[in-house]
Write a protein that binds this ligand. Structure first.
Ligand code: PLP
Length: 464
């Protein structure tokens, strides 16, 4: 495009976006709609579009901007590092910010999860966990192990390895012939429980994992992957004892346990990791998003030190994987500033202090709206699942699902000036995950806007 064309387009950002900028996971028709928002500016928990319309950022970007928008300390950290050393790779050499970020993460993550391998996104982090699991087993002479067990409706990323682990049919469908055949999906913990006093080993979701390990042959399974609180299917909180049982199964059969915490880690559940909240030390934790509050792209996998040492001390001697930008000095400098601010401002304590009140507000929203089936979640991470009428016990019919998922819910939340996520993965839902700095005033405002969107939903459902 010429400079003149670019200038011509600047008067109309929407037209330029619609002409040249390809969206992610967005239908072409939706992108071409007049209502396309161009988000231009952010401050705290709010953002504004190019028309000056204010929205509450009820999804923290995409589970990302944990410290909120407009943090000059994070900007300053990036600028300072760019001036000093804009780039050098983590490939035979190290840089001070990458060293410091790895050290700070090792200090904050549980147990001996002390080795940190940086990449630039969550998908790459999952790829890195996959490849580490495979190489670790091969390095120990366990050459048959390559299979992965993950869970239905779980999202683990889009690159072909991570997509194989992902359990969402519509994302996988057309890529099936291109994916490796080693992933087996089992039921997640949605709706699973045992009577009081019954051990968690009796959970169907635990038994499903063991059954799959035995069916495949334990000697072929390399890794079990799961999110502590699963996003796909809507903020699915595991039953008490689930993670301890999965840890036991991994140990029993010599399988590595991978917690995918791209959403959960860095305060979303009021702890540095969801694993910590559920009292488990997995073999690997993948992270991204909140590690820099998304001020710059950074992801990674933290691995238990003895596993890395075992690989390095083996004949293999090298983790044969890497990327140019992994450990980028500017991104890791921002990660350090982000972790420091989270520590200084006790963001985890803030989330824990507010989660009951947040939940209570959402429960009263449910009580006030007949279209709400269930509110699930914890910390600053919730899903509101919808139905046609709770009072009448009626689920959404096909036409209602098609209309709500086909754009109506998106329209309602936009009209309510709240950016939360209409979600169609396994049910019709709204996902809510505000910046972790949201205080009572913001939470009141958030819940009022969500309530307004649900009033529109109720109105639609009573007339259709
Ligand atoms: N894993 C989980 C649990 C995620 O939620 C995501 C993204 O939302 C990913 C992996 C992929 O991350 P990215 O979009 O940065 O590649």
């Amino acid at each position: 495009m010429t400079d003149q064309l670019l200038r011509d387009h600047q008067h109309d950002q929407k037209a330029a976006a619609q002409s040249h900028l390809m969206p992610h996971f967005t239908k072409g028709a939706a992108w071409q709609a007049e209502s396309l928002a161009v988000i231009d500016r952010g401050e705290g928990c709010y953002v504004w579009d190019t028309d000056g319309v204010e929205y509450l950022d009820g999804l923290a970007g995409l589970f990302c901007t944990n410290l909120g928008h407009g943090r000059s300390d994070l900007t300053a950290a990036a600028m300072k590092q760019m001036d000093r050393l804009a780039f050098y790779p983590t490939w035979g050499t190290a840089t001070p910010p990458a060293i410091q970020a790895a050290t700070m993460i090792a200090d904050r993550f549980p147990g001996d999860l002390d080795e940190v391998f940086f990449v630039s996104s969550g998908s790459e982090a999952v790829e890195s966990a996959l490849k580490f699991a495979r190489l670790y087993h091969v390095s120990q002479g366990d050459t048959e192990r390559y299979k992965v067990i993950s869970r239905n409706w779980a999202y683990h990323g889009t690159t072909l390895g991570a997509l194989s682990v992902t359990g969402i049919p519509k994302f996988r469908k057309h890529f099936e012939p291109m994916m490796w055949d080693g992933v087996r999906h089992v039921r997640n913990t949605y709706g699973d429980s045992v009577p009081e006093g019954t051990p968690a080993s009796e959970l169907e979701s635990v038994k499903a994992i063991e059954a799959m390990i035995l069916a495949e042959g334990p000697e072929t399974v390399a890794m079990i992957s799961a999110e502590p609180v699963q996003n796909g299917r809507g903020a699915v909180v595991p039953p008490v004892g689930y993670w301890q049982e999965v840890r036991k199964l991994a140990d029993k059969y010599g399988i590595l346990l991978h917690a995918d915490e791209v959403i959960n880690a860095f305060g979303r559940l009021g702890h540095w990791t969801g694993s910590e909240r559920f009292g488990v030390v997995p073999d690997m934790i993948t992270f991204a998003k909140g590690v820099t509050s998304a001020y710059l792209p950074l992801g990674g996998v933290t691995i238990r030190k003895p596993l890395v040492e075992a690989l390095w001390e083996s004949e293999m001697g090298v983790y044969m994987h890497g990327s140019t930008f992994g450990g980028h000095p500017v991104a890791t400098a921002v990660a350090c500033a982000n972790m420091q601010a989270m520590t200084d401002e006790d963001i985890n304590g803030h989330v824990l202090a507010h989660e009951d009140g947040f939940r209570a507000r959402l429960d009263s929203v449910m009580a006030a709206h007949d279209c709400v089936k269930e509110v699930r979640g914890m910390g600053y991470f919730y899903a509101i699942e919808l139905m046609a009428s709770r009072a009448k016990g009626r689920e959404l019919d096909e036409a209602q699902v098609a209309a709500l998922q086909g754009g109506l819910l998106g329209k309602f939340v936009r009209q309510a000036r709240v950016l939360i996520r209409p979600d169609d993965r396994g049910a019709t839902m709204l996902t809510i995950s505000p910046p972790l700095v949201a205080d009572n005033t913001v939470l009141d405002d958030l819940v009022e806007r969500v309530s307004n969107a649900l009033t529109m939903t109720d109105k639609y459902l009573t007339s259709h």
